[in-house]
Design a protein around this ligand. Structure first.
Ligand code: TPP
Ligand code: DXP
Ligand code: MG
Length: 631
């Protein structure tokens, strides 16, 4: 029988606090192994979690969690925290339907003090908790753990600006931990990253050079620090760090894989009053060499065999919408030198690797800065440049005022390539692109295209690009039905939908990729099916024609029902004074959890069988005969 591991006996942080320092080190090894095996079986965020093993152990060893509050920024690195706080076995269900979330969730555990998923919120939330503790006379600490990528988000600096300032409320007892692994999903960009490297050279490198044991000797950051040491020779390095200028007591950088450094430092900081800032240096993918060598590939892998690592499948993979976009972007950039591509830190996810390689002078990764990305695009557009902002639907939520105030109000021709529109599967509610049709179509000057498949997506992007006003093209995660985009850069007729199936009784008006299950349902129901293509401008003539010729209409979209494309159809009918029964299908007024995308769609009744059943429920069967065509 194999010896029980230390990890098996950790049911909560109180068990961990009983362990000696050598045992904690053993626990770190076991935890890392468990993590690797577990994520390789479920898929999930791997490299970030391998990097936070020791930091998580040290935090739970020193702080009195859950009374002391830990807030994990983004939360994609919180798996060690989940494992140590009673969810070791539940890791087998990670990101699956009915299983635990890939992000901290208040409803999942009392140790998950704040729900995250979107970046750069942790300092604000921990600051709120720290001030609440003061107001309630409770003595506990609030700790924000934020990555170097997440720190590029403007919100993080808004919170630092507030946190270090002694207003009437006084200074908060809080700790910000910068988990600096010199990586975002892709290599980090910008002056902040350069500054952190300079901090390394000024404050850490000389120590690391002497302390030959440091794991940092093997990290890219060490190399960077060495380079910067040369650059900064003879320069005056300011005594105070930017974090001290913000009013925080800065400590570090320290080795985030060294429990002998982490634990005493955290113990000191736990006693300290006022805003504290600890700079910890870690290595993304630490302990699993394929992930250390290629942390991008292992940022969020699917299932794999850890003894082999991720291997390219030999089967031809279906082309994803993201790839269709990436190809289109390169083709359009080759055809029009005014095109500039912008990504807020999602180069790989948005399909822009090849574009950066081919058009480096027209490529901008602006960091995790969606608001800036949009206003930056507006500035470019003012000068006759043609910006294309590639952005996940869910992350565009961050930049709503920029969309309205900076782009739409000035009617600037910015193209929004909205990836991950609709449900995204394993990432769940935080990342679902559920609201974009509703929040975009109410903005004057803005148009919204909803291509049904890959070939149409390319044409929709070209159509959007050729307009003189802002246009969003929304498309989902992954592949569609497999239509092959043409090589040409041709357009769709502006504002026009098309009838894909003539039937009787009911007309289904599909917006986006749900056209295909709608067509299947249409066959069963002998219903008319239209591919609407545009949520705005809506093809009102088509809507009215279908309304006149059918007993009822069904609208369908992979987006929220409230305010979505179906609501646009209702508005058009009301405007024309046409009364016809309408069934609006889409995402219900609730947050849809993580799980397999197909299963989630079926649960929402948005697969072919669900559509057919809903139509029969609403309109009865057999359906009424078609009305005579309008004269
Ligand atoms: C608002 C927002 N934009 C983009 C993302 C996508 N995203 C998730 S993790 C990540 C990189 C974060 O880098 P860092 O904070 O350094 O953590 P690391 O992955 O290095 O552990 C990005 C861009 C997000 N979650 N939220
Ligand atoms: C944590 C985060 O926001 C990203 O890593 C996200 O999970 C990526 O999602 P995709 O896999 O859809 O690119
Ligand atoms: Mg990082």
């Amino acid at each position: 029988m194999s010896k029980p591991t230390l990890l098996e006996n950790i049911h909560g942080p109180e068990d961990l606090r009983k362990l000696s320092r050598p045992q904690l080190k053993q626990l770190a090894d076991e935890l890392r192994q468990f993590l690797l095996q577990s994520v390789s079986r479920t898929g999930g965020h791997l490299s970030s979690n391998l990097g936070t093993v020791e930091l998580t152990i040290a935090l739970h060893a020193v702080f009195n969690t859950p009374q002391d509050r830990l807030v994990w920024d983004v939360g994609h690195q919180s798996y060690p925290h989940k494992i140590l706080t009673g969810r070791r076995e539940a890791m087998a269900t990670l990101k699956q339907l009915g299983g635990i979330s890939g992000f901290p969730r208040r409803s999942e555990s009392e140790y998950d003090t704040f729900g995250t998923g979107h970046s750069s919120t942790s300092i604000s939330a921990a600051l709120g908790m720290a001030h609440a503790a003061r107001l309630k006379g409770e003595s506990r600490k609030a700790v924000a753990i934020i990555g170097d990528g997440a720190l590029t988000g403007g919100m993080a600096f808004e919170a630092l600006n507030h946190g270090g300032f002694q207003g009437g409320a006084g200074l908060p007892d809080m700790l910000v931990i910068l988990n600096d692994n010199d990586m975002s999903i892709s290599p980090p960009v910008g002056a902040l990253n350069r500054y952190l490297a300079r901090l390394m050279s000024g404050r850490f490198y000389s120590v690391a050079r002497e302390g030959a044991k440091s794991v940092l000797k093997n990290t890219p950051l060490y190399g960077l620090a060495k380079r910067f040491e040369e650059h900064t020779k003879g320069m005056v390095v300011p005594d105070a760090t930017i974090f001290e200028e913000f009013g925080f007591n800065y400590v570090g950088p320290i080795d985030g894989h060294d429990l002998d450094a982490l634990i005493p430092t955290l113990e000191n900081l736990r006693q300290a009053k006022g805003p504290q800032f600890l700079h910890v240096v870690t290595r993304k993918g630490c302990g699993y060499s394929p992930a250390e060598e290629d942390p991008i590939k292992y940022h969020g892998p699917g299932k794999f065999d850890p003894s082999i690592g991720l291997v390219k499948s030999t089967a031809p993979a279906a082309q994803t919408f993201t790839q269709v976009f990436g190809q289109w972007l390169c083709d359009m950039a080759a055809a029009d030198e005014r095109l500039v591509g912008i990504t807020p830190a999602m180069r790989e996810g948005s399909g822009m690797v090849e574009f950066e390689r081919r058009f480096p002078t027209r490529y901008h990764d602006v960091g995790i800065a969606e608001q800036h990305a949009v206003t930056f695009a507006a500035g470019l557009a003012c000068e006759g440049i043609k910006p294309v902002v590639a952005i996940y639907s869910t992350f565009l939520q961050r930049a709503y005022d920029q969309l309205i105030h900076d782009v739409a109000l000035q009617n600037l021709p910015v193209v929004f390539a909205l990836d991950r529109a609709g449900l995204v599967g394993a990432d769940g509610a935080t990342h679902a692109g559920a609201y974009d049709i509703a929040f975009l179509r109410c903005i004057p000057n803005m148009s919204v295209l909803t291509p049904a498949d890959e070939a149409e997506c390319r044409r929709a992007l070209t159509t959007a690009y050729r307009q003189e006003h802002p246009v969003a093209v929304r498309y989902p995660r992954g592949a569609g039905v497999g239509t092959v985009p043409a090589a040409e850069l041709d357009e769709l007729p502006w504002g026009k939908g098309e009838i894909r199936r003539e039937g009787r009784g009911v007309a289904i008006l599909a917006f986006g990729t749900l056209l295909y299950p709608a067509l299947q349902a249409g066959d069963k129901l002998d219903a008319t099916v239209a591919n609407m293509r545009f949520a705005k401008p809506l093809d009102k003539a088509l809507v009215l024609d279908l309304a006149q010729r059918h007993e009822g209409l069904v609208t369908i979209e992979e987006g929220c029902i409230a305010g979505g494309a179906g609501s646009a159809v209702m508005e058009a009918l009301a405007e024309a004074g046409v009364t016809v029964p309408v069934l609006q299908m889409g995402l219900p007024d609730e947050f849809i959890e993580h799980g397999d995308h197909g299963k989630l769609l079926a649960l929402c009744g948005l697969d072919a069988a669900g559509i057919e059943a809903a139509v029969r429920r609403r309109f009865g069967a057999p359906l009424a005969l078609v009305k005579p065509a309008a004269a």
